[in-house]
Design a binder for this molecule. Sequence first.
Ligand code: 8YV
Length: 324
Amino acid sequence: KPKILVTQQLPEAVQDYLNLHGDCTFWNQEGSMPRNVILDKVSDVEGILGGTIDEELLSCAPKLRVASTSSVGYNHFDIAAMRSHGVIGTHTPHVLDGTVADLVLALMLSAGRRIAELDAYVKQGNWQKGTSSTELFGVDVHHSTLGIIGMGRIGEAIAQRAVFGFDMNLLYHSRSPKKEVDERFNARFCELDELLSESDYIVVMTPLTPETKHLIGEEQFNRMKSSAIFINASRGATVDEQALIQALQQGKIRGAGLDVFDIEPTPVDNPLLRMPNVVTLPHIGSATARTRNDMAELAAKNLIEALNGGKAYVVQELKDLVPN
Ligand code: 8YV
């Protein structure tokens, strides 16, 4: 059986499955296995589940063949290094689409209708003091224009909710137009600049790659409507966080809903945390028991299948390393 190192907690049933197929070392404590412990344990490991895969780790793991992540995003994989060491990477698409899309809608509703802010307003007794009702106004979600940047599987799940649930008009920008998306959602593909200037809600849902790093910066915020609500549930670094802070401080946009940050956990002195018009969450896009369980199952299955030459969700950039 291949030696396997698991650097994060997994449900018991998933551990049982891995034990059937591999000689496994698990991590059953809070958080994830410390980096120095991982580097210590990888010398004879063929498969690893969890953690950052970079040149340092790869050079300590000469027998490594497969690295599996329990996430759809894999920006913690150094693709070039993995390629040069011949290590295949797998990830967990599909199983989290609906859960992440639900959260994006929640952020849109919450930032647009000021749910978190006004919840605090009621609980702090401000309602009693008598505010003029116009001060409580928000931005409609229904029949507004939604611009989605990155029309992958999660983008489509967001589109479905927004268009059929909230009668939103849909614009999107991605590498290329998608005929099925245009037809199914009565959507329109447009260039990024046009999407930014036309949308009431702007959602970033693109993977973090060298091309999408800081895709949204000062110039892009300048193009947005001053009434726009900006949502990010992809990766913090797709957005220039300093430019976002400035855009909010200068009233270039109306508000934001953020599940991801430049540094996570974000430092307590991040100015975003003191803005009532910004809803902040601790990277919980896929965080429901059912979905996290499905992701763990798929990550384990990917690892075993890839080690045995079976079918696995291998990341796009490394598919050619898989022998047919
Ligand atoms: C969590 C995510 O970061 O799948 C992703 O890419 O961002 C989230 O699901 C991660 O998977 C936690 O394990």
